[in-house]
Ligand binder design. Structure first.
Ligand code: ADP
Ligand code: AMP
Length: 206
C-alpha cells in the first residue's frame, strides 16, 4: 500500500511497480475519476467532492475498491494507491485484506505544491507527467500518441491546499497505525523517480 500526501508520487511509483511485478495498481482516485467520466449520478457526486479536495465518504470508497479487488487480475496480488485514507477505511480493509507492506512516501508541502501545480495526465492511458520534472516528449501531448494531456480539476491551488489539510487531519494518523503494526517503510519521495523506485524495490526484495 502506498501512503503519502497528494502529489508525493504514489501514482508514478505504483505504475512502475505494477509493470515490474506484473500486478495491478488499484488507485481509488482513478476509480472515482472513471466513475465521474461515465457521467453517472454517483460519478457526478464524486466529481463535486473531488473538485473541492474533500474525501469521498468511507462507505462508498470501500465498496468501490472492494469491487475492484474482486476482479480476476487482482487475485495474485495488487498495489493500493491512495486507499485507505482514513482509519475507518484501514480497519474495514483489514477485515478482507492482509497487507504485506506499507510505503510511506515522505516529501515536503512545498515540493507537493510544485508537483501538483505542474502535473498533467493522459485522459486515455492515465500516464502521469510533469511539465518540468517529467515532461512529455512533445509539449502537452501523451508520449503514447493519445493526444492532448489534461490538468486535473483538483490540481488548482485552493483544492491542493484543502487536500493537504485533509491529508494531515485524516490520513497522516495512518502512519502511526501501520507503524504500530510493523508494516511501515519510509521512502524518501523527494528524490528523482528512479531513486524512489529503487528504494521501494529494495524493500520488496528484503
Ligand atoms: P500522487 O499519486 O501521490 O498524487 P503523482 O504520482 O500523480 O502523485 O505525482 C505528482 C506529480 O509529481 C506528477 O506531475 C508527477 O509527474 C510528479 N512526480 C512524481 N514523482 C516525482 C519525483 N520523484 N520527482 C519529481 N516529480 C515527480
Ligand atoms: P488521488 O487520485 O489519490 O489524488 O485522489 C483524488 C481524490 O479522490 C481525492 O482528493 C478524494 O476526493 C478522492 N479519494 C481518493 N481516494 C480516496 C479515499 N481512499 N478515500 C476518500 N476519498 C478518496
Amino acid at each position: 500500500m502506498l501512503l503519502g500526501p497528494p502529489g508525493a508520487g504514489k501514482g508514478t511509483l505504483a505504475k512502475q511497480l505494477s509493470k515490474g511485478y506484473n500486478i495491478p495498481s488499484v488507485s481509488s482516485g482513478d476509480l472515482f475519476r472513471n466513475e465521474a467520466a461515465s457521467g453517472s449520478e454517483l460519478g457526478l457526486r464524486l466529481k463535486r467532492i473531488m473538485e473541492k479536495g474533500e474525501l469521498v465518504p468511507d462507505d462508498i470508497t470501500v465498496q468501490i475498491v472492494k469491487n475492484r479487488l474482486e476482479a480476476k487480475d487482482a487475485q495474485a496480488g495488487f498495489l493500493l494507491d491512495g486507499f485507505p485514507r482514513t482509519k475507518e477505511q484501514a480497519e474495514t480493509l483489514a477485515k478482507f485484506v492482509t497487507l504485506d507492506k506499507v510505503f510511506n512516501l515522505v516529501v515536503s508541502d512545498q515540493e507537493v505544491i510544485r508537483r501538483l501545480s505542474g502535473r498533467r495526465l493522459c485522459p486515455v492511458c492515465g500516464a502521469i507527467y510533469h511539465v518540468e520534472f517529467m515532461p512529455p516528449k512533445t509539449k502537452e501531448e501523451c508520449d503514447q500518441g493519445h493526444g492532448a494531456l489534461i490538468t486535473r480539476d483538483d490540481d488548482k491551488i485552493d483544492a491542493i491546499k484543502k487536500r493537504l489539510t485533509v491529508y494531515k487531519k485524516q490520513t497522516e494518523p495512518l502512519i502511526r497505525y501501520y507503524s504500530e503494526k510493523g508494516l511501515l517503510y519510509d521512502i524518501d519521495a523527494s528524490l528523482p523517480p528512479e531513486d524512489v523506485v529503487r528504494q521501494a524495490r529494495n524493500v520488496l526484495a528484503s
